[in-house]
Design a binder for this molecule. Structure first.
Ligand SMILES: *Cc1c(COP(=O)(O)O)cnc(C)c1O
Length: 438
């Protein structure tokens, strides 16, 4: 099958000649046959050779209602007939206005202002800068609040600010000399965070965390009550709480936002990935009225938030996001998700019992299957992904943790098949290399 951009062979040649892929060792990439995705249908992806795969990781954790959803397609097309892009700097547009209203109505209470950008990294970068500037503008004493507490193993994006609050050594340690200094708390250990607050009285601007589950760390699930305890600690010490819901937002944990599980309302909330249903790049950082008001002043006071990306609040992306929220209502996505989450939990039980599997961690649909101690150079997680691919499912590991994050719209039948394929892939990949059980 040929793509309208050329034959499969031509595309492979030019990919190898010109493309540098993210988070990819290009030497290994060039030795493998690339899968070139030609189109999506529901929760399937189809490649240029006509092979069909279940999109087992929601095209990097962002697809929600499936690909080529008629409702979202039509909304993007309708916007395309009007304008593809204008700017939010000095102008505004209907889709961004409507979407801001919808997000404010949906979000945990108190989040009343929506600041757009275009990726999860920018959403967290913006939250950090807002928190920092907010305290700087509050007067001499409050201006001492310049430090951030982040969690060990955290992931908040790849820009320098978001990497500064990151805690995954493999991704982040290289850049240490470029990063600002942050305090790192042990995830799930509220006493540890309490000590950091006690050691730095009046210095903490904000705590930033992924609520309930740290995704890129390998789906690390926090003990129940931890998020709420962090909220209480922030209140006690007068610090802001930033919740990074880039991965957890829009239904991934079973509720619209993970914060809802513990009735927590953060001061700043970051969203991106699922916001447009996985269609187009868009992010939103939501803030409380109190933070917003901290930026009000006369022009010449320069309390302005001097930040804004060129494609901030792009109209096509906002139209996709509005349609995505409509589909949540029309298809009762969250209601219909609950039994699928139960099914997933059942399906994973026998996998957790396998000798090759150290642990299965899950929060809602977000699933990490950690394999037992294989040497790094075996790339066991990657091997499992290749075996799964040859059986008709796209999964992407984080090291030796096999991640499953199906679109919320996946059918029960495909969910069963996805877990079956994953189990088989683990069997086949590990059979060749016995674990070096430590
Ligand atoms: C993916 C992710 C980000 C970064 O989002 P990008 O759109 O890739 O920049 C930030 N925070 C969390 C929790 C994420 O999972």
């Amino acid at each position: 099958m040929n793509s309208r951009f050329g034959s499969h062979a031509e595309l492979v040649a030019d990919d190898r000649a010109c493309v540098w892929h993210p988070f990819t060792q290009q030497r290994g990439w060039a030795q493998e046959e690339p899968v070139i995705i030609e189109r999506g249908e529901g929760t399937d992806l189809v490649d240029t050779t006509g092979r069909r795969y279940i999109d087992g990781v929601s095209s990097l954790w962002c697809n929600v209602h499936g690909h080529a959803h008629p409702r979202i397609d039509a909304a993007v097309r309708a916007q395309l007939d009007r304008v593809a892009h204008s700017t939010m700097l000095g102008l505004t547009h209907p889709a961004a206005i409507r979407l801001a209203r919808r997000l404010v109505d949906l979000a945990p209470p108190g989040l009343t202002r929506v600041f757009y950008s275009d990726s999860g990294s920018t959403a967290t970068e913006i939250a950090l800068k807002m928190a920092f500037q907010y305290w700087r503008q509050r007067g001499e004493d409050e201006a001492r609040r310049t430090r951030f507490i982040a969690l060990r193993d955290a992931y908040h994006g790849d820009t320098i600010g978001s990497v500064s609050v990151g805690g995954i050594d493999l991704f982040h340690s290289m850049y240490r000399p470029l990063l600002f200094d942050t305090l790192k708390a042990v995830p799930g250990d509220i006493a540890d965070m309490g000590r950091l607050f006690d050691d730095h009285p009046g210095e903490i601007a904000a705590v930033i965390m992924e609520p309930l589950v740290q995704g890129a760390a390998g789906i690390l699930v926090h003990p129940p009550g931890y998020l709420r305890a962090v909220r209480a600690l922030c209140d006690e010490h007068g610090a802001l709480l930033i919740c990074d819901e880039v991965a957890t937002g829009f239904g991934r944990t079973g509720k619209m936002f993970a914060c809802e599980h513990e009735d927590v309302a953060p001061d700043l909330l970051c969203t991106a990935k699922g916001l447009t249903g996985g269609y187009l790049p868009l992010a939103a950082t939501l803030a409380t009225e109190k933070i917003y008001e901290g930026f009000l002043g006369e022009f010449e006071e320069f309390r302005t938030f001097f930040h804004g990306h060129t494609y901030t609040g792009n109209p096509l992306a906002c139209a996709a996001a509005l349609a995505t929220l409509d589909v949540f209502e029309e298809e009762r996505t969250l209601e219909r998700l609950a039994p699928k989450i139960e099914l997933l939990a059942e399906l994973l039980e026998p996998i957790a019992a396998r000798r090759e599997v150290a642990e299965v961690r899950r929060c809602g649909t977000m699933t990490g299957i950690e394999l037992c101690g294989y040497p790094v150079d075996l790339r066991m997680g990657h091997r499992v992904a290749l075996e799964a691919r040859s059986r008709g499912a796209i999964v992407r590991p984080l090291g030796d943790t096999v991640v499953l994050m199906p679109p919320l719209a996946i059918s029960e039948r495909d969910l069963i098949r996805l877990v079956e394929i994953t189990a088989e892939a683990i069997d086949v990949a590990t059979a060749a290399a016995p674990a070096q059980l430590a």
